[in-house]
Write a protein of this length. Structure first.
Length: 140
């Protein structure tokens, strides 16, 4: 089970790296003025989302579910876990919204400013802080 936990942590770190970087690419893409930059950002966003972000999310969720199911008898009364799982569900929704935004940029339909994406980029930080506090402190 320690191997599963280790790979779960690795996949979560990789997923969060992508969750932090993709919205940053949105910032720069929203600021781009020339066709070459626009096309380059489209390729970077697609490769990051499909090649790193999606596999990392799938692996993090599958391994996390495996860990939870394997130790369910212990965790079923740990209410911090339910809060964590709710935050993970919100993070998954954020992930898929990022995928939607990749498509918006791909079709040259972005109407939002770089300032919006700068704020949008901060959301996973808040989720990460909350999840780490829940897992480490176990406040309830």
């Amino acid at each position: 089970m320690l191997w599963i936990k280790a790979f779960h942590i690795i996949s979560v770190i990789t997923w969060f790296a992508a969750l932090f970087y993709l919205p940053r690419l949105f910032v720069y893409h929203a600021m781009s003025q020339d066709k070459i930059s626009n096309e380059r950002f489209k390729v970077m966003q697609r490769k990051l989302y499909l090649g790193i972000m999606m596999p990392s999310m799938v692996l993090a969720v599958v391994l996390g579910a495996w860990l939870t199911i394997d130790t369910w008898e212990f965790y079923k009364t740990q209410y911090w876990l339910y809060a964590k799982l709710a935050l993970v569900a919100i993070l998954i929704a954020y992930h898929f919204y990022c995928g939607h935004l990749v498509q918006v940029f791909k079709q040259d339909n972005n109407t939002r400013s770089d300032v919006f994406y700068r704020w949008f980029n901060e959301f996973p930080v808040l989720i990460l802080v909350a999840i780490v506090v829940l897992v480490v402190v176990k406040p309830f």
